[in-house]
Design a protein around this ligand. Structure first.
Ligand code: HEC
Length: 372
């Protein structure tokens, strides 16, 4: 008994898990993710009351968009930094890419399910990054990629429409919102449950993890630490030689990526300001409106043969008189068009429905004295 207690006392209660730079990255992710969700979801659900309240709190839709884009830029910059750190670790320090799942993770999942179902007594001993963490990490990478791609399309719709069909933009919008919802829900369920609810694991903030959590979540790593195993380190000259090759490449790639990011966020100014909705001319050929709409009339004018003789603005040409501001009555107008004139053909209902004529007339007479 006594020796067992002694051994227990020798063992540290906490292990270092995350170095400060990693914790910093996590903090940036935490802030940008939360902020992006808070400014993005109200845009997705803009018709809902709660969303409108949130947008008001954020200072209006334009302010919500600006905050959203600022945080997105920060997240993309962090992604570039993360890529740099990762390539440094892999190509210079020679550290294995420990987040790529393998067969062993499949075995761990099966063992873990069997353990939870009571089919197996022993909890699987898990590596430094266990299957759950790998899946979550890859989901963040994949999710960020989708959000950046679809975000680009919405941020730069004109550029996108230059090389992709226009339908891609509403499709990108749907994918962006759907992926966002998926990400938020999975963070609330999977991440919150595993990291905060099941056991409050503060290691991402303090850098240290309790022995108890180590035993359950990273048993294999703990055993290696206890055997006194150190992570494999390359000889100093090898690292120095690799660094000489790494830095020039890293600088070039970083400059390219940062310019890409700059291009991404400055290329178009179309997406922030709300453009007033164009009054849309709705053509309902069979409907004869009691009152014509001059905007519809103007739009129709450009599609009809009338303009060939009367001019694009109905200002008159050598083939027909000016009729903009005409003082003919609506009845005379109908008679002229349906019956034609000396040098003007007649137009039947099949070619120009009655409704069109009412709209045309209201456009032609909108500025005339006494005309209506
Ligand atoms: C082939 C040329 C031509 C086309 C096409 C044409 N017009 Fe005319 N329109 C004329 C000419 C020429 C006159 C002068 C009177 C006449 O010749 O009967 C005229 C006269 C009119 C007048 C009477 C002007 C007035 O002050 O008395 C109206 C109104 C009119 N056009 C409307 C239309 C509309 C609407 C259309 C299209 C549906 C149309 N026109 C198509 C040539 C044309």
């Amino acid at each position: 008994m006594a020796t067992a207690t002694e051994v227990q006392q020798e063992r540290p209660k906490f292990y270092v898990r995350f170095v400060p730079s990693v914790r910093m990255e996590h903090l940036i992710l935490l802030v940008t993710f939360t902020g992006l969700a808070l400014t993005g979801l109200p845009q997705k659900y803009a018709a809902e009351r709660w969303a409108q309240v949130m947008i008001e709190v954020l200072g209006g839709i334009e302010s919500a968009r600006v905050i959203h884009r600022f945080l997105a830029t920060l997240l993309m910059a962090e992604a570039i930094f993360h890529g740099g750190m990762l390539t440094y670790k892999i190509f210079v320090l020679g550290i294995r890419a420990s987040m790529i799942p393998g067969l062993r993770d499949v075995r761990d999942v099966l063992d873990w399910i069997a353990f939870n179902l009571g089919l197996q007594k022993k909890h699987p001993t898990l590596p430094r990054y266990n299957f759950g963490e790998k899946v979550e990490y890859l989901a963040v990478v994949w999710g960020t990629l989708i959000m950046v791609l679809t975000g680009f399309m919405m941020w730069n719709p004109i550029a996108t429409a230059n090389f992709l069909p226009g339908d891609t933009i509403p499709a990108a919008r749907a994918a962006h919102g759907g992926e966002a919802l998926l990400a938020v829900l999975s963070i609330i369920t999977w991440h919150m449950y595993n990291v905060h609810f099941r056991r409050f694991n503060k290691s991402m903030f303090t850098g240290k993890i309790s022995r108890e959590a180590m035993e359950e979540e990273h048993g294999e790593e703990l055993a290696a630490i206890e055997r006194g195993e150190k992570p494999r380190e390359l000889p100093a000259q090898v690292i120095a030689a690799r660094k000489r090759r790494f830095w020039p490449a890293a600088v070039v790639i970083t400059v390219l990526l940062v310019s890409g990011l700059f291009f991404f966020i400055t290329f178009e100014q179309t997406a922030i300001q709300t453009v007033p909705r164009q009054q849309v001319a709705i053509f309902q050929p069979d409907l004869v409106p009691t009152e014509g709409d001059p905007i519809v009339g103007e739009a129709l004018w450009g599609t009809l043969r009338c303009s060939f003789c009367h001019g694009t603005e109905a200002q008159g040409t050598s083939d027909g008189p000016a009729i903009m501001g005409t003082d003919v009555t609506l009845e005379e107008f109908f008679v002229q068009v349906r019956g034609g004139g000396k040098d003007m053909p007649a137009f039947g209902r099949g070619e120009i429905p009655d409704g069109y004529l009412v709209h045309l007339y209201s456009w032609l007479t909108q500025n005339s004295m006494g005309g209506s």
